[in-house]
Design a protein around this ligand. Structure first.
Ligand code: SF4
Length: 221
């Protein structure tokens, strides 16, 4: 398939350089031009006997990875298997010590750092420690110049957009300032603030535990 949009051209030039920057920080990292290539690379990185779990990420769904895991006989800890709130929470808790954890990131810098924000912290907990293997799928639309820019992106764009997804669906309508105005007011709204934990991952230890797959398509937000 011909890749001729400005976004794709920028991604194909920058993506391999950002992957190299992640490798200098001891992540395993790859650049895949398309979502299909990213799906194939992710599958290659998941041992077939692993217990797999994932975060509530649009990106891993968009590339078809969640469907692939569900349809191909992997052992999994799947929040959607929880029959009630208690089971949902128990699956989420166990997921922090699964074998392979799948997620995206709210932002990343060109010099190879990840920035993530989280409400209860389950996603960043698994990123920091627990699963032996963490696979981060990241559209090049989330890659910005510096870690400071990535933090600004995570708080200024990703968080309000995420809240727009949740407000009126899993959370009450208008439950935080950003759910009302579309912009962050640095709130501490009890129960509903989705910005409790803000984590920058500037280095991967043990070496290669976190695998970053950069994708030359717009994925997530
Ligand atoms: S208003 Fe609150 S929940 Fe919304 S982005 Fe800002 S800190 Fe996060």
């Amino acid at each position: 398939m011909e890749r001729d949009t400005a976004f794709e051209k920028r991604s194909d030039k920058l993506g391999p350089r950002v992957a190299e920057a992640f490798r200098r920080r001891h992540f395993e990292a790859y650049y895949c031009a398309t979502a299909q290539e990213a799906l194939e690379k992710a599958v290659e990185l998941i041992p077939k006997d692993d217990v797999v779990s994932w975060a509530g990420s649009e990106t891993i769904r968009e590339i078809g990875l969640v469907d692939y895991i569900r349809k191909n006989g992997y052992k999994r800890l799947d929040q959607e298997d929880g029959k009630d709130r208690a089971e949902f929470v128990e699956i989420t808790r166990k997921a922090t010590t699964c074998d392979t954890y799948l997620m995206s990131s709210n932002g990343a810098s060109e010099d190879g750092q990840l920035v993530n924000i989280d409400r209860t912290g389950n996603r960043v907990a698994a990123l920091c420690y627990g699963p032996r293997n963490v696979i981060v799928i990241l559209g090049m639309n989330k890659v910005v110049k510096t870690a400071e820019d990535a933090l600004a992106r995570a708080r200024g764009i990703a968080a309000p957009v995420n809240m727009a997804r949740f407000s009126g669906r899993v959370f009450p309508e208008g439950c935080t300032p950003c759910a009302v105005t579309g912009t962050c007011a640095d709130c501490t709204t009890e129960q509903y603030c989705i910005c409790s934990q803000i984590v920058t991952t500037r280095h991967c230890c043990p070496t290669g535990r976190i695998k970053v797959i950069l994708v030359g398509e717009k994925l997530g937000f």
